[in-house]
Every structure is written in structure tokens, then in C-alpha cells.
Design a protein around this ligand. Sequence first.
Ligand SMILES: *Cc1c(COP(=O)(O)O)cnc(C)c1O
Length: 458
Amino acid sequence: MSNEKEIPYKIYLEESEMPKQWYNVRADMKNKPAPLLNPATKQPMSAADLAPVFCDELIKQELDDTTPFFDIPEEIQHYYKTYRPSPLMRAYHLEKALGTPAKIYYKFEGNNTSGSHKLNSALAQAYYAKQQGLKGVTTETGAGQWGTALSMACSFFGLDCKVYMVKVSYEQKPFRREVMRTYGASVTPSPSMETEVGRKILAEHPGTTGSLGCAISEAVEKATTTEGYRYVLGSVLNQVLLHQSVIGLESKIALDKYGIKPDIIIGCAGGGSNLGGLISPFMGEKLRGEADYRIIAVEPASCPSFTRGKFAYDFCDTGMVCPLAKMYTLGSGFIPAPNHAGGLRYHGMSTTLSQLYHDGYMEATSVKQTDVFEAAEQFARTEGILPAPESSHAIRVAIDEALKCKETGEEKTILFGLTGTGYFDMFAYEKFHDGKMSDYIPTDEELAESISKLPEVE
Ligand SMILES: *Cc1c(COP(=O)(O)O)cnc(C)c1O
């Protein structure tokens, strides 16, 4: 073990030490994630089935369960170098405030203008779309981080970017929208009159403020009916976990430099991309029997896919147009309570993480949003960074684990993913500060109702 005094507040890597390949954890899994199924035939989706929707190179990555490493194209490496390596921080101030013997590290991904880790995959997806000679891409965005990251990436590679933004966010987060437009994206509130599915939904529900599921359906329709366009997605898919492995690879290189081995690795889980990326090299060691780590996924108590969902085939979207994925799900019709402000609202979970969780390689826990914001505030006041509500789920559990160490006197090493900053979430912080934030935990009956509507597959 190295002398504690030698460990800096920020562990940076030299550019020359940055990863040049992404790591595909599926290559080391004995039980591979179940394949995506065609919703009509219930047969595994082939590359040809996926080609009208996704970019060719990304389909290859999506379907490849055996190749452990993929070269990061040089142009992507060049853009990574403009905001990476992201700092690996030692939370000395937080440790001191908690009075814990635990050593807490966090990998901070909010250090770019889009404010989250999503840029790591946006750059890759825009690059491959450009390579294929496409004109543009379409996507949906809820809170706006993915739309912002994709807009940036598209502006770098000279691609057209069309974002369907859930109408309620479009109206409540005008600044997010303007950031996207600054990078040249066109942003349409969803549901819109531009697509058949949008017009249909508006006719049926005139005053609707939209949903992620509806925005996905619009984005997919636009991509498949416009020459030279494809659809891209910012989480859940295997390709996204692959690109996000850069987070874990950098963390591992930095920790290894100082001989640090984490005991516990913690990340928030929405669709699973940041967590899947952070844990990937550590999980690889675990799968190969070379090392052991406790790995914890943290989700909101109001949207508890891992902890209360069912491991089964389900639709990825509310419109039921996308492929079926075998994952921990609450049912594609599940919508978290309207008072839920903390993000991570997706009903399902990455198929890779679902399989790993099912096989006992990781744990999951859920936390209430008022406890999440309390942790966010404690973190901001000690470490200085204003965390995104999503990231603060991981902070909550890191603090709880550090407090357990205080009781037992154990000097555990904790690593967590700090996925982004919360500047566009000040309405949620305001609610918390004003004491107007409440916790809603769905009842067993509610979940059973939504889970009972899963499609018949096996
Ligand atoms: C999108 C997002 C998440 C959740 O998505 P995952 O795919 O589960 O990583 C977490 N934190 C931030 C800041 C995000 O923008």
C-alpha cells in the first residue's frame, strides 16, 4: 500500500496514458445477455433487421458478444482529449466531514459543457454515422443531457441533429434547448405534428405534455422515413456501455498508478450506461476470477427496475415499436410518479447489467429522492461540485457505506461515479430547499399491474 499522503486530490493521467481501446465486458461473460428480439416474429434481431434504424458499425458493436477490445478511432480519441481524461478525485473533504476511516474516490464526468458522461458515446455514435456517409441522426431527450451531448458531437462531425424533446422538458428547461440550438441541432417538442405517430397522439390526447416513450417513437419514425438518417440512443444498448467503458478504464489506470484497489464500486443506474462503463474493467477481473469487488447499482425508489422489477423480455419503448430486450423491467407502460424529480426514470435496464445482476455479480439498492438531495447538498458543501440528481443516487450510497465504516472502523476504499453536474436541475433543488419535495414509492399492486402487461415470449 502506498503512503496516504502521496495520493493527490486529483489523479490525472497523461494523454499518452489514456485508453486507446474500449473494453467489451460481454466477451468475458459466460452467460451472455439475451439477444434483442424482433417484436413481430420474436426471433433474434439480425444486423439486416437493425440496419434501417441504426448505423452499420454500431450494429456490429451491438451484436458482438465475443470481441474483448475495440480500437477507439483516432478522430474520437482526439475529441476525447479535449475533455478527458476526466479527473479521478479523492474526496478528502467529504471523508473529513463524515469522520470516516473509509477512503472515497469519485470519477467526475461532468467536466464538459454537456455536463455528463453521455458525450463519451455521443462522439462515437456521431463519428460512425459520418463514416457511413449519413446526413444526420435523430434522437429523443428527456431531461436534456443526451440531446446536448449529441448536439455537440454532431456539430464536431458536421452532421445534422434532430432532437425530439419531451414537451414538458422543452417548456421547463428552455436553457437546455438553447444549448442544443447553439450547437446547431433542431429541437422539436414532442409530441409534434411532424410525424404520423405524433399527430395520432395529439389527436387522441390534445393537451398532453409528452413522454420519453412517445419521443422515441417520433425519432425512430423520422429516421426511418428520411433518406440518409438513422436513430441513435444514449443509454441501455450494449454499444453505449462499450463506449462508456472509457470511464472505468481510465479509473483503473489511475488507481493502479497508486496501487489502490477499491473494495466497493458504486454507480447510479438509469439505463445502466455509466455504471456499466465504470465497472467494466473491474467486472472483467471478477468474471475471469482475478479479483473481487463489491459492485452496487443505485436506483430511485420511485423507479426500482433492479430491486422490484422482473427479469423478462419487454419493449424498450412505450410505443412498442422497438425490439424486445430481456432485462429487469417494471413494464414499458410504467411511468414514475409526477413528483419524481431525480431522473433515472427509465422502466428497464441494460441487458448486460441485467444478466450480471441475475447471475449474482453485482448488487442493487434503491434510495428515496429526499435522501438523495440531502446527500447532494452535503457533497456540494464539502467537495464544491454541484451534482446532478442522477449522480447523487451514487453519492447517497457512498456516504452510507462510508458511515458504516465509521461504525466498524474498517478502512474500506470506495469508488463511485459522479456522472454530471446539476445546473439545469435547480427547480428540483428549489423544491428540496423549500421542503416541498416528497417521496413516492410505488405499491406492490401498481408494479404488479404494470408488470402483468409484459409481452408473451417464451
Ligand atoms: C443520463 C444520465 C444518467 C443515467 O443514465 P445511465 O445510462 O444509467 O448512465 C446518470 N447521470 C447523468 C448525469 C445522466 O445524464
